[in-house]
Design a protein around this ligand. Structure first.
Ligand SMILES: [Zn+2]
Length: 296
């Protein structure tokens, strides 16, 4: 019974052709799980979804998925997955009828009762959804934004028996770090503690969760900060493999403003290291990078 509910909430139909991200439905389910955890009911009025899901899509969605029209899509279409009900019937995708009169959405009674009786199922669903949609740099931020406790969620085993996860290649991480001399490809940071590199991570250009391969031409070594800004779409790469800083990024302090100085800086791999493949850079620009590029 519990497994059935977990399966239904994690097998959402998504338009993911051509490597496109489609985080709309998973983010609405996560928002409803957070609501259920906090209040004991998954019920969410449209007025709240419009604001909160709109903000989630702006922050964690694709470059084009901000705003109310995109929140209306999962709010209406999640019904077809059999895991969402609305308090009155409305057409799909249209904001007007949602704003005309009060309307709320919620999980069907059987799903809600199962989740209330088995809080661990809430964590299993949440973990499976964030792991299937987002890179590890963003998972905690997404969970906190919907009101779920990351330590509780990640304390649960994922429902991976239901949706077999692709296996991550540990050797790929080591190979990427070695190829970039264990230093950040953007800023050059190469700090170590006791001789071991610290805060240097292998970053996928095209996200692993969206089909990005564990290949050397899909990875760069980045410091923890620039990895996170890259995955959040505040940093990107242009077609000449120079760093692009988004106008969405803002800072006042000298330390914060050092990010601006990355704009236009060329990647300088050591001889023999592959630059990211153009197709992966284009994917990142289309699916992740947000806002406008700072003028050079
Ligand atoms: Zn860096």
């Amino acid at each position: 019974m519990t497994g059935d509910v977990v399966q239904r909430l994690t097998s959402l139909r998504q338009h993911r052709g051509d490597g496109r991200r489609a985080p709309h439905k998973p983010l609405l389910v996560l928002l409803a799980l957070g609501q259920l955890s906090a209040t004991g009911s998954s019920s969410l009025p449209w007025t709240e979804v419009e604001t909160r899901l709109g903000a989630l899509l702006a922050e964690f969605g694709t470059p084009t998925s901000a705003g109310a029209p995109w929140a209306a899509y999962p709010f209406t279409r999640l019904r077809a997955d059999g895991v969402w009900e609305l308090s009155r019937d409305v057409a799909n995708d249209t904001v007007g009828p949602l704003r005309a009169e009060p309307i709320e959405g919620h999980f069907p009674a059987d799903i809600e009762a199962t989740l209330v009786a088995n809080p661990s199922a809430i964590s299993a669903v949440a973990r499976t959804l964030v792991e299937s949609q987002f890179p590890s740099t963003l998972m905690t931020d997404v969970l906190l934004s919907v009101g779920l406790d990351p330590e509780t969620v990640f304390g649960m085993p994922p429902a991976s028996r239901l949706i077999p996860a692709r296996k991550r290649d540990v050797a790929w991480r080591h190979a990427v770090l070695a190829a970039w001399d264990r230093s950040c490809a953007f800023c050059g940071f190469d700090g170590s503690v006791g001789g071991a590199p610290v805060g240097i991570e292998a970053a996928h250009v095209r996200w692993f969760t969206i089909g990005g391969p564990d290949e050397l031409d899909n990875g760069v070594a980045l410091c923890s900060l620039h990895h996170k800004l890259f995955d959040r779409g505040a940093l990107g790469l242009d077609h000449e493999f120079s760093v692009v800083v988004s106008t969405n990024y803002a800072a006042v302090s000298d330390m914060g403003r050092t990010v601006y100085e990355l704009h236009g800086r060329a990647l300088r791999p050591r001889p023999g290291t592959k630059l990211p493949a153009a197709a992966h850079v284009q994917w990142h620009t289309r699916e992740v990078f947000k806002g406008e590029s700072l003028s050079a």
